[in-house]
Design a protein around this ligand. Structure first.
Ligand code: ADP
Ligand code: MN
Length: 177
């Protein structure tokens, strides 16, 4: 994870991964530990109507990438954001200093998503997405290799360790500026 030459005083971090891998839980804890600003893209899209309607088949909003990127441009320039979303290929590459891909064991993920009440098709789509490491591949294709880090998120202990690791990294980044 190498620092960019961009003049941000605090880093921007993208937390991505298949739904249910713990992005929101991890981002919330990390924001608390570091005072960085947690941006949950799913919530933002709903609140500000940054979508083109509802997709019945996928059972989710159709996110409008241009609207989302326009909405975030200024705040991302400022730095100090933790962006939480299950996709990563449409954000400008220059926005992020670190791209975290959370990964969860398939059976654990299956249980989490059934508890969430996902319907069968959405459940199997997401577990398949995890099996084929779709988000890790997407991150590697969209960002420089030294910015992408995959972290295991099976247990509560994993969350604590990931938050501690990322908190250290954020502190170091800020000192180096
Ligand atoms: P995401 O934002 O990636 O969809 P969430 O953070 O909402 O995932 O987590 C989904 C569910 O799984 C929540 O009930 C959360 O408490 C649980 N969970 C997430 N990560 C872990 C983990 N590493 N260990 C145990 N439970 C977890
Ligand atoms: Mn979430």
């Amino acid at each position: 994870m190498v620092k960019d030459s961009i003049k941000r005083r605090k880093p921007n971090i993208l937390v991505t991964g298949t739904p249910g891998t713990g992005k929101t839980t991890t981002s919330t804890a990390l924001a608390e530990a570091t005072q960085l600003n947690h941006i949950n893209i799913g919530d933002l899209v709903k609140e500000k109507n940054l979508h083109d309607g509802w997709d019945d088949e996928l059972d989710s909003y159709i996110l409008n990438e241009d609207l989302v990127c326009d909405e975030l441009e200024d705040v991302m320039d400022e730095g100090g954001n933790i962006v939480d979303y299950h996709g990563c290929d449409f954000f400008p590459e220059r926005w992020f200093d670190c791209v975290v891909v959370l990964q969860t064991d398939n059976t654990i993920l299956y249980d989490r998503l059934s508890r969430r009440g996902y319907k069968e098709s959405k459940l199997s789509n997401n577990v398949e997405c995890e099996i084929f490491q779709v988000l890790l591949e997407e991150a590697k294709e969209s960002y420089a290799e030294d910015k992408v880090v995959a972290l295991k998120s099976d247990t509560i202990e994993d969350i604590s360790r990931n938050v501690a690791t990322l908190t250290d990294w954020i502190r170091n980044w800020s000192i180096q500026v």
